[in-house]
Design a binder for this molecule. Structure first.
Ligand SMILES: [Zn+2]
Length: 371
């Protein structure tokens, strides 16, 4: 089902992903939650959310606009944000039970409240793909100006508007809508006193006529409008979470072999066996060779030993998709080495992909780290 697909996609990006099972008024389902931990303010949480379930409740329910559009926006945000580091934690959540009455989000918000979670902003994407009149209006629904929570919601809306100005320009026309629209998943967060915003297409002057019908299909959506909407949403999330801009310092270390898959004596995960064909393996090297857990990158020499087929090795932080460029390429039977800078995931982690049809040994020597 859709929750499993989303779970696999998010965990495949290297994000810590969990199901949050809920029951409300006799109905049960599960939300999908993926987390990108903040570097310096991890207890401050930015939520980017959308609902996965759709209408009508019987027969086919394509739900392209409501709400495959917002759900896809969250998945794309995960893919784009995952390789980067932010001061605050970004949590990407796909809810179920929205159409029954915000069930999944209500139970999740109450869980966060019971944990005393530090929610600083909630960005809810619900219907972001339809533009029937060619005017690229989008609406940012906050609470009423008389509500004490209004300034917090408005701050998210302002972040969104400046993201539009800076990243997509006139491709979108954001309009503030301080009307307290409560019919979507941001509303349970308002009820808990947290800043939250509903970002939606023009739901007032250009309402999707196929809403909640079997006609809500991809063909009725506007791909250019949707793409701009996702760009602005990703930028909003990034600015809310504050990109990590700590200056980097290089610390040299005495040359040290941190990883050698030929060596059966090394601790598990830093030694044998060889990487098999097409294998991706994850490593964590904190404390090895004096590398601190908060190291941001390593200066490495990567060596491919004894490959049986032509191919390459790609190293990356292990969060997000592997980059398109490899670190070292090789031919069968040859030893090849290459120097590079390797960005790290949290806990000084990284991943190696064997881009060949045969086994290959990997040796990584470190000459310093960045922090
Ligand atoms: Zn919806």
């Amino acid at each position: 089902m859709a929750t499993q697909l989303a779970y696999e996609r998010l965990s495949g990006l290297g994000l810590a992903t969990t199901y949050h099972a809920w029951t409300r008024y006799g109905l049960s389902n599960r939300n999908v939650v993926a987390e990108l931990p903040g570097v310096s303010r991890p207890s401050e949480i930015v939520l980017v959310v959308a609902h996965l379930d759709d209408m009508p409740s019987g027969g086919t329910a394509p739900g392209a606009d409501d709400n495959a559009s917002g759900s896809t926006g969250v998945l794309l945000a995960a893919e784009i944000l995952a390789p980067h580091r932010f001061e605050r934690t970004i949590r990407l959540v796909l809810f179920t039970g929205e159409e029954q009455g915000l069930y999944g989000s209500t139970v999740y918000a109450s869980l966060l409240a019971s944990q005393g979670a530090g929610v600083v902003a909630v960005l809810n994407l619900d219907m972001i793909g339809y533009d029937g009149d060619g005017v690229p209006t989008l609406r940012l629904h906050t609470r009423l100006p008389s509500n004490p929570g209004y300034p917090g919601d408005l701050a998210i809306a302002e972040t969104f508007r400046s993201a539009v100005t800076n990243y997509v320009g006139e491709a979108l026309l954001p309009v503030d809508e301080p009307d307290g629209e409560s019919a979507s998943d941001h509303s349970p967060f308002w009820n808990r006193g947290w800043p939250a915003l509903l970002a939606i297409e023009d739901d007032i002057d250009d309402f999707n006529p196929d809403y909640h019908t079997t006609r809500d299909t991809l063909a009725t959506l506007d791909p250019a409008y949707f793409t701009s909407y996702v760009k602005a949403s990703v930028a909003t999330a990034a600015h809310l979470a504050v990109p990590e801009t700590r200056p980097t310092l290089f610390e040299p270390v005495a040359p040290c072999r941190v990883l050698d898959t030929r060596d059966g004596e090394r601790p598990a995960g830093l030694g044998a066996p060889a990487l098999s064909a097409r294998e991706i393996r994850h490593f964590a090297v904190a404390s090895a060779c004096g590398i601190p857990a908060d190291a941001a990158a390593l200066a490495v020499n990567v060596t491919a030993v004894g490959p049986e087929a032509a191919g390459d090795l790609t190293l990356w932080p292990g969060v997000g998709l592997p980059p398109g460029t490899s670190n070292v390429s090789f031919a069968p039977g040859k030893v090849r080495a290459s120097f590079s800078t390797l960005p790290l995931g949290s806990g000084a982690s990284f991943a190696v992909r064997n881009g060949s049809a045969g086994p290959v040994h990997v040796v990584v020597d470190v000459s310093g780290y960045f922090r």
